[in-house]
Write a protein that binds this ligand. Structure first.
Ligand SMILES: Nc1nc2c(ncn2[C@@H]2O[C@H](COP(=O)(O)OP(=O)(O)OP(=O)(O)O)[C@@H](O)[C@H]2O)c(=O)[nH]1
Ligand SMILES: [Ca+2]
Ligand SMILES: [Mg+2]
Length: 731
């Protein structure tokens, strides 16, 4: 080991000696050498390391500037220091520049150093150097074989490794074993061929090296290309990324915009909804408030209701109690009213009686007075005549006197019942009628037949007993004595009148035929004051009497009408009727005498209850209204119902519209009266008491109707024995 070490070491020493600048350049380039050293330490043997160190020193000498590589001019600078020409240095550089790129890396330099160094030292005898080396090698092998066989193998191994290193086989050969075996074989068997083999190997490896480097270059180019491609791809990728990013951004922008628009829209909607919600909430709150208020009200109302109910119940109880009390009170009141009414009626009747009596008395007295005056005059005349006439006429005068006594009895019986007035009227009258005067009360038209039975005086109506003084009502016949069989001489046959008639003084009164007795008739024959009615006095006594009641409002003209009918005259400014009055009038109806007892009632309200009582026994009723006074017409219905109330509908009714003469002031059209009459089945006339229009016609119509009705009843009673039906009076 020492020998190869020494030899290998010697060559660098020489080189170092030759250059003499080893230590100087050594410190200039440490770094690449350090890396080399490390590598070499791992792979190279110590001899090789030594040589490598030498090579490195030389490399640093060449690379004076410490660039890390040696350029061609660096090598040419060694021309002065080395015993080599410029061309030779050029050749060395070219030989060392294995990859031919124009500069030498430390690896290239180190690899080619040894070989070239030896050839440099022996440029003319290259083979000789090789031979020397060969010999040296052989010597090494021999010494090894001789000294230690084990050491020989190792040496050979080292030699081979060196060769391999020199050739740079590690870079191109993976398995060195075949080459090694062949080398060993050749060394053993043909050592002279070894150098050839080594040359061959050198060439091979050099070519291989070249190929390898080419490959590396290609690889490098490829790598660069790949890098470029990669770069391009990267670029493209980046571009694409950029594009994608921008697209994405654009999309995002659009999306965002859309989203924003949408969100704005939604926000708007939300706002709207929120407002609506707010409104609704407010509404709800309001409603809730109302609800609460209502609830509260309801409660209050309920409470109030309950209270009211209780109050109501209390009130109802009170009402019931009160109504009971009221009923009691009413009953009491009713009884009191009835009592009062009764009292009132009694009082009224009393008043009426008194009034009537007074009136009648007055009227009777007046009439009596008239009559007596007449009689007085007549008697005076008679007396004068008597005195003047001779005695021959005396008998005649006596007869006349007897006759007077008899008539005057009847006549005075009618009018006079011993009235004191007569005396006061005239002394002569008193002389003539020396009758005791009595006061008498009665209705007007009452035939005053009352007479003291004890009076010796042959008074009027002498033969009858004097009846009790009383009020005549329609229910009683006012002249019963006249209808008596005992009464033989009716008023109409009064000798006075006869005489007057004879004498032609009055001339109007006709002698009535002898009274016919009609026992079948329930009615007496009336001889009322109006029987003296001159014009209407019928030739014969009436064979029937009808009582007719006259009603109607005050001032419609009832009294005027009766006056017109009975006396055929009209006096304006009549006083209102007081109580009740009556007149009798005999009329001729279909050849029979009918006496009409006409009851004139007072229309004033206060006499109504009296009037009412007169309906009951009436045969007919006349209801009168004033056709110039609407109110009187409107009252007709009330009058009709009063009549109906008292007698039902069995009595015929004559409806009269009076004052036809005053057409200007008419207020009730004729049609209304007609309609009312038609509706109530009445006889109807419009008349005038003033002009006398329709006064007789209307009453005759009623009288005829009553007569016919009575005839029918009579016939029915006799023939069939059934009650007759009421005839319709109108039409
Ligand atoms: N123009 C005119 N006036 C009349 C007529 N009939 C009566 N009068 C007047 O009417 C007024 C009342 O007449 P009366 O006959 O007293 O009336 P009454 O219906 O009897 O009245 P009471 O007795 O109160 O019920 C008097 O002034 C009459 O002159 C008539 O036909 N024509
Ligand atoms: Ca090179
Ligand atoms: Mg009257």
């Amino acid at each position: 080991m020492a020998a190869p070490d020494g030899r290998v070491v010697s060559r660098p020493q020489r080189l170092g000696q030759g250059s003499g600048r080893g230590p100087k350049g050594r410190g200039a380039c440490l770094h690449p050498l350090d890396s080399l050293e490390q590598k070499e330490t791992q792979e190279q043997t110590p001899g090789q390391l030594d040589m490598l160190r030498k090579a490195q020193e030389f490399f640093q000498t060449c690379d004076a500037e410490g660039k890390g590589f040696i350029a061609r001019k660096d090598m040419q600078r060694l021309h002065k220091e080395l015993p080599l020409s410029l061309e030779e240095l050029e050749d060395v550089f070219d030989a060392l520049d294995a990859d031919g790129n124009g500069y030498l890396t430390p690896e290239e330099f180190t690899a080619g150093f040894s070989h070239f160094f030896f050839r440099q030292n022996n440029p003319s005898q290259e083979d000789a150097g090789e031979q020397v080396a060969q010999r040296h090698k052989e010597k090494v092998y021999q010494s090894r074989g001789n000294e230690d066989l084990g050491d020989t193998g190792e040496d050979e191994e080292a030699q081979f490794q060196m060769l391999m290193d020199r050739l740079g086989a590690q870079k191109v050969l993976e398995d060195e074993s075949d080459v090694k075996q062949l080398w060993l074989q050749l060394k053993k068997d043909e050592p002279h061929l070894l150098s050839n083999f080594e040359d061959f190997l050198t060439r091979i490896f050099s070519q291989l090296q070249e190929a390898h480097e080419e490959k590396n270059e290609l690889e490098y180019a490829l790598k660069r290309k790949i890098a470029a491609y990669d770069e391009e791809i990267q670029h493209l990728y980046e571009e694409m990324e950029q594009q994608i990013k921008s697209e994405k951004e654009q999309f995002l922008l659009k999306d965002t915009e859309r989203f924003q628009a949408r969100s704005q829209e939604l926000e708007q909607k939300l706002l709207c909804k929120e407002q609506e919600l707010e409104q609704l909430t407010q509404k709800q709150k309001r409603l809730e408030g109302q609800c609460t208020a209502l609830h509260h009200d309801k409660h209050e109302t309920k409470a109030e209701n309950t209270k009211l109910k209780l109050t109501n119940q209390e009130l109802a109880r009170e009402l019931e109690r009160t109504s009971w009390e009221l009923q009691d009170a009413q009953q009491q009141l009713e009884s009191l009213q009835q009592e009062a009414c009764k009292l009132h009626q009694e009082k009224e009747m009393e008043v009426y009686r008194v009034t009537e009596s007074l009136q009648r008395e007055k009227a009777g007295l007046l009439k009596q007075l008239d009559f007596l005056r007449e009689r007085n005059k007549h008697l005076r005349d008679e007396r004068d005549i008597c005195f003047q006439k001779n005695k021959a006429a005396k008998a005649n005068t006596a007869a006349s006197r007897a006759s007077w006594k008899k008539r005057s009895g009847s006549v005075i019986g009618k009018y006079v019942d011993g009235r004191g007035i007569l005396r006061s009227q005239s002394e002569e009258e008193e002389e003539v009628f020396s009758i005791p005067r009595r006061s008498s009360l009665g209705l007007s038209g009452y035939p005053l037949t009352e007479e003291e039975p004890g009076t010796g005086e042959p008074g009027p109506g002498g033969p009858y007993p004097r009846p009790l003084r009383r009020i005549i009502s329609i229910e009683e016949d006012p002249l019963p004595q006249l209808l008596d069989g005992g009464f033989e001489q009716p008023l109409s046959k009064c000798p006075e009148e006869e005489e007057v008639s004879d004498q032609g003084a009055q001339g109007q009164i006709q002698e009535a035929p002898p009274l016919k007795l009609t026992p079948t008739s329930p009615r007496g024959q009336p001889v009322g004051k109006e029987a003296v009615c001159k014009e209407e006095s019928s030739p014969s006594a009436p064979d029937r009497l009808f009582k007719i009641v006259f009603v109607g409002n005050s001032a419609v003209g009832k009294t005027s009408f009766l006056r017109r009918f009975c006396e055929d005259r009209f006096s304006p400014g009549m006083a209102a009727t007081v109580g009740i009055d009556y007149r009798v009038k005999t009329v001729n109806v279909d050849d029979s005498q009918v006496a009409l007892q006409l009851w004139d009632t007072a229309g004033q309200e206060r006499y109504r209850c009296i009037t009412q009582q007169f309906f009951r026994k009436a045969d007919g009723v006349i209801v009168m209204y004033d056709l110039t006074d609407k109110q009187s017409f409107l009252s007709v219905r009330r009058w009709l119902s009063s009549v109906e109330e008292a007698v039902g509908d069995r009595v015929p009714v004559l409806l009269l519209g009076n004052k036809l003469d005053n057409e200007k002031e008419r207020e009730v059209p004729r049609g209304l009266g007609e309609q009312l009459a038609k509706d109530n089945n009445l006889i109807f006339y419009e008349c005038s008491a003033y002009s006398g229009h329709n006064t007789k016609e209307s009453l005759l119509h009623l009288a005829r109707f009553l007569k016919e009705q009575e005839d029918t009843v009579r016939e029915d009673t006799i023939q069939v024995g059934h009650p007759a039906k009421k005839k319709s009076c109108c039409g």
